[in-house]
Design a protein around this ligand. Structure first.
Ligand code: GLU
Length: 422
């Protein structure tokens, strides 16, 4: 019955399953354990009716998938995007599980989403939609059950509405119900910057590993949201020249390096990188195959595919997005030893690591300074980076397989020791 899990059918879900199967073979996981470790434990679909500002009623589909319950509450972001489906959310929940396990966090993975276009909704409509979703999720969430966070299309304000809706239901402030909140509500110092900063840290470690001088490196970044924009600034601080960035509307390129502060101002005013004056236009497809030292996919899944993996001209791929590279592209990249891949579940783990710190601070009502947060973040990333590189070298396997093997094996062990329940 569990062989196919048709309800989740989606290219990203098939991709996560394919990655799991390769790693399960590598770990020689017994057939009897595979379905239990692979498939999501729970999925919730909700219909979310809200009043639009014009008085009409519109119903949006919402989802939450909780992948496994063996190690603690589930953890993962909430995505607002028109293409969100149950299957996409399931894939993202699986990746969260392996990411949390790799980083040693006491969580299973989860992900949620609402199929909507936040750019087409007013602030008041977004608030009603967020509060309605939280209300519908109340039986399935809690600080010890499932803890949400921002993802594509959501931000600190969305988390604040969620925290407020849940707290009103409980009758007391419950900051630990979500992470990525504003600091004023019990959010953590350094959470907003955590993913991008982690990308910078790991790219720097990768340049050491392959003997590339980071101060002479160039970077192209696909995606200029919270992750891509902070990754750009963080790489610039290590001396990297950021030559190209893009968003959903298109990209900009300057061989001499983009003025990132000027670009930030342009984006704040125009809501897109397109039209930035001191650069030439470039498409998202061109950006991915641009000659550069560091390519940072920081947008959606399945961007590096069999169609472009052979043409990529960088030394390091830093996967700031979740699932940016398909298994078919991996096969091509595995034949290109000149390219060093920092796989997604390691590369973008900074976000959930500081979410974990935020949750711990909220549970203790004891808050840390930014230096302490960043220091602890870098220690966890350093440990994971070292473990993945050494496994990859010892077993002569690609970085992705090594990272997934460490994550999946921890989930497998926890399930094996506990028994059939979680
Ligand atoms: N949405 C982020 C991710 O994909 C963060 C999740 C979290 O902080 O719980 O890793």
């Amino acid at each position: 019955m569990l062989r196919r899990m048709d309800i989740y059918d989606h290219p990203s879900f098939r991709m996560a399953c394919q990655q799991f199967d390769l790693v399960a073979d590598h770990l020689q996981m017994p057939e009897s354990e595979r379905a239990r470790v692979k498939y999501p434990k729970r999925a919730v679909t909700v219909a979310l009716p809200i009043h639009r500002d014009d008085g009409s009623v519109q119903v949006f589909p919402g989802y939450r998938v909780q992948h496994h319950l063996a190690l603690g509450p589930t953890k993962g972001g909430l995505r607002f995007h028109p293409d969100v489906t149950l299957g996409e959310v399931a894939a993202l929940a699986m990746w969260m599980s392996w990411k949390c396990a790799l980083m040693g966090l006491p969580y299973g993975g989860a992900k949620g989403g609402i199929a909507c276009d936040p750019a087409q909704l007013s602030q008041a409509e977004l608030e009603r939609l967020t509060r309605r979703y939280t209300q519908e999720m109340i039986p399935f969430i809690g600080p010890q059950i499932d803890v949400m966070a921002p993802d594509l299309g959501t931000n600190e304000q969305v988390m604040a509405w969620m925290m407020d809706s849940y707290s009103v239901h409980i009758g007391a402030a419950v900051p630990s119900i979500v992470t990525g909140k504003p600091v004023a509500l019990g959010g953590s110092q350094g959470r907003r910057e955590a993913t991008g900063r982690g990308v910078g840290y790991l790219v720097n470690r990768a340049t050491d590993t392959i003997g590339l001088d980071i101060s002479k490196a160039t970077a192209a970044i696909q995606g200029f949201g919270n992750v891509g924009s902070v990754a750009a600034l963080s790489l610039a601080r290590y001396g990297v020249k950021v030559v190209a960035v893009s968003d959903v509307f298109g990209g900009v390129y300057n061989a001499n390096g983009l003025d990132l502060w000027g670009l930030e101002k342009h984006v704040a005013a125009q809501k897109t990188v397109v039209g930035f004056s001191e650069a030439e236009p470039i498409t998202n497809e061109q950006l991915l195959v641009l000659p550069c030292s560091i390519l940072v996919p920081a947008a959606l899944e399945r961007q590096i595919t069999a169609a472009n993996a052979g043409q990529i001209q960088c030394r390091i791929i830093a996967e700031a997005a979740n699932g940016p590279t398909t298994p078919e592209a991996d096969e091509i990249l595995n034949q290109r030893p000149e390219i060093f891949v920092i796989p997604d579940i390691l590369c973008n783990a900074g976000g959930v690591v500081v979410s974990y710190f935020e949750w711990v601070q909220d549970l203790q009502s004891f808050f840390w300074g930014e230096t302490e947060v960043v220091d602890k973040l870098f220690r966890l990333l350093e440990s994971a980076f070292t473990r993945v590189v050494s496994l990859s070298r010892k077993q002569k396997i690609p970085m992705r397989k090594a990272a997934l093997a460490l994550g999946v094996e921890r989930v497998q062990k926890a399930k094996r020791i506990r028994g059939l329940f979680p």
